[in-house]
Design a protein around this ligand. Sequence first.
Ligand code: FES
Length: 188
Amino acid sequence: MQRRTLLIRGCQAIAAAIMAVLFVPIGRFISAPLFRKSQSSSGAQRVAKLGQLEVGKPMQVPIIGKRQDGWTLYPDSVIGKVWLIRRNEEAENPEECKVDAYSAVCPHIGCGINHSPDKNHFICPCHGAVFDEQGAKMNLEEPGYNNPSPRGMDSLICKVVNSDDGDDFWVEVEYEQFQIGLSEQIKK
Ligand code: FES
């Protein structure tokens, strides 16, 4: 091999090494969002006015938060749904009213849980998991029925707070997502 050819090949090899050093990290940086799981976050938020809730009647509310999908940030997306149940009538201090909140995500494999007002229970349309109005797993007295959910509905921290102008009372929920398929309620 001629000296000149050798020199050209050497230069090409050095150029290729420099390109690799420069472009591999840049390529990784640019493509990283493609391989990242879709992420969402919300924190505590006011989801309904206390006066909208009837005692003992479940009401579903959306949770609005940020969702990151690849390179795109969706600031006001519906990132979850929650069932609220008010447990008592107006207290002297409305902030003492008890409201329970349950995630509408089924702990079996994550479908959305509905409420059946005729039967006074919650039911998942995917594989028939049934929960009572305290969110506990139920076993129906039907031949062969076996509740597929590994646990009850996931409960969330929920409280009644005064509005900023002091005239109204809101239900505030700390939304969380939990792992599915486990017998314990464990955060994702
Ligand atoms: S996902 Fe709810 S019963 Fe299967």
